[in-house]
Design a protein around this ligand. Structure first.
Ligand SMILES: Cc1cc2nc3c(=O)[nH]c(=O)nc-3n(C[C@H](O)[C@H](O)[C@H](O)COP(=O)(O)OP(=O)(O)OC[C@H]3O[C@@H](n4cnc5c(N)ncnc54)[C@H](O)[C@@H]3O)c2cc1C
Length: 473
């Protein structure tokens, strides 16, 4: 059988079900990656994310070639061009089967449906579910409906994972193909994504991701429950850029975490706090993908809780600019926002603090913040980003109660007590002592003299206003 494997957000060879099936069933196999810069732009992909993507595709191409599988590169420029590109390729090379792993946001699903229609009748579409541990629809309530809240989802997920041993990563089919053509050259950059290019110093490719996973499991997993919350401590895995592009799989992460904690099965994790907490974060990843799958209106920019659109969200450009540029006059918020601009990544707790500050203190539309994050994050992922924003803004499923608003002063006192993180990103505050640095006004710091902005709002008054507005809903 002659087949094509279509790579999208699964840029790896190991633990890749669709690729293993394609290798097993085919006599001739080629890969294709389609560059769709117009769609990526419409989806607000960050330049640093696209550059990392190209580097990962390039690494993948080298590795695939070792199996005699050439990776072809085609240019869209948008999703709507995928059907004709694949049709042309399939005809040119007499292809009988097209293999791929499913993606769950709406545009991606519509693209795949369009490809299926175009190729119907002469190419078999062989789609598999491997982006998550469980595909949408695999984890349902006893009534057979999708879960709306995380904890029962997680409990059902663990039972199913245990029963089916579904958390275990698969090995690779070892096979060498006789290539008919050479791989294409992968471009190192794309015209529309050269602006803000940031180096988080991540090496691309599957081997680099596996190395990072091992380093995390050997050095940080044990203390993860504690370490993950501290902004100034490098306590998390930093695997999100790899997971978002499928350079590594959730299953590989879970398998490595359990092995390194000497846990034989997923349901006995409870005694191992670090591993249990980390795996729980990976279950959030599944959860948010299931949410967007079952609620396609989220992809149309609607909130999960529709009634929250009655909140009179503000579009004040002065406030929005101050937030984007880390110039709100609230040190921990500014440090977080500057970390994003400088590195293309932000610590999870800071994502929550800054997202709540935008949506619940400045009362700006959470979708403005969601878009800004997406256009700067190297790990930008529609489901996780949207889920995180709607959780923070209390508009989503399983959202934080509207009256729970992370206080930026206490958050920074608790999770960056020495103020090191603030000092790193707000150098104008670097000489202040450990107390003053968190709450400048409580200690009468003359911020004008430091060249640091005055607070953009009265925190207490704005907080109360938000609570009153949500109460009215
Ligand atoms: C407002 C907001 C926006 C976010 N945007 C994104 C995004 O665009 N892309 C993204 O991957 N994550 C996003 N997150 C989730 C989380 O902040 C990042 O996954 C995490 O900070 C990545 O760092 P890490 O790899 O070191 O995570 P670890 O702490 O090591 O966690 C391991 C993995 O679990 C997954 N994960 C962790 N937390 C979450 C979560 N809350 N929801 C879903 N998956 C999670 C990620 O794949 C992560 O790499 C967002 C969270 C918030 C509050």
């Amino acid at each position: 059988m002659r087949s094509i494997y279509w790579f999208r957000s699964d840029l790896r060879i190991s633990d890749n079900l669709a690729l293993a099936k394609a290798m097993q069933a085919s006599d001739s196999l080629m890969g294709v990656f389609i560059l769709t810069p117009d769609t990526w732009k419409a989806h607000d992909a960050a330049p640093c994310k696209v550059r990392f993507l190209l580097e990962n595709v390039s690494e993948l191409s080298k590795e695939l070639w070792k199996y005699g599988v050439p990776l072809l590169i085609r240019r869209g420029p948008s999703f709507s061009h995928c059907p004709s590109i694949l049709d042309k390729l399939c005809k040119q090379y007499d292809i009988e089967s097209l293999y791929f792993n499913h993606e769950y946001p709406l545009d991606e699903r519509e693209r795949d449906n369009a490809v299926g229609e175009k190729l119907s009748g002469y190419v078999a579409m062989k789609g598999y579910h491997q982006h998550l541990v469980f595909a949408p629809g695999d984890v349902l309530s006893k009534q057979g409906t999708p879960f709306k809240v995380f904890t029962p989802f997680k409990n059902a997920w663990i039972v199913k994972a245990h029963n089916e041993q579904a958390w275990q990563a698969a090995g690779l089919i070892r096979k060498k193909f006789k290539a008919e053509i050479e791989p294409d050259k992968v471009p190192s950059q794309l015209k529309d994504f050269t602006g803000q290019v940031i180096d988080l110093m991540l090496d691309p490719g599957e081997k680099a991701a596996q190395k990072k996973l091992k380093h995390f499991c050997d050095n940080k997993l044990y203390d993860y429950s504690e370490g993950r919350d501290k902004f100034n401590v490098d306590g998390t895995s930093l695997l999100s850029p790899y997971l978002a592009q499928g350079v590594i799989s959730s299953r590989q992460c879970i398998t490595a975490a359990l092995e390194s904690s000497e846990i034989r099965d997923i349901d006995s994790m409870k005694n191992k706090e670090g591993a249990a907490t980390w795996v729980s974060e990976l279950i959030w990843r599944d959860f948010y993908h299931h949410i967007i799958y079952f609620n396609p209106d989220i992809s149309r920019r609607k909130p999960y809780k529709l009634k929250t659109d009655a909140i009179p969200w503000s579009y004040d450009s002065v406030l929005f600019e101050a937030w984007k540029n880390g110039m709100t006059g609230f040190p921990v918020v500014d440090a977080g926002m500057r970390q994003l601009l400088k590195t293309g990544w932000m610590h999870n707790r800071l994502r929550m603090v800054t997202a709540m500050f935008l949506s619940k203190i400045l009362l700006l539309d959470w979708r403005l913040g969601e878009k800004h994050f997406m256009s700067h994050l190297i790990d930008g992922d529609f489901a996780a980003n949207n889920g995180g924003w709607q959780w923070s803004a209390s508009t989503g499923t399983d959202a934080v109660p509207y009256f729970r608003i992370f206080n930026p002063f206490t958050q920074s006192q608790r999770f960056d007590p020495a103020g090191d993180f603030i000092r790193q990103y707000c150098p104008e505050l670097a000489h202040l002592d450990n107390k003053k640095i968190h709450d400048l006004h409580a200690f009468g710091v003359d911020v004008d003299a430091l060249g640091y902005p005055q607070p953009v709002c009265n925190y207490k008054a704005m907080r109360q206003r938000t609570i009153d507005l949500f109460k009215e809903l």
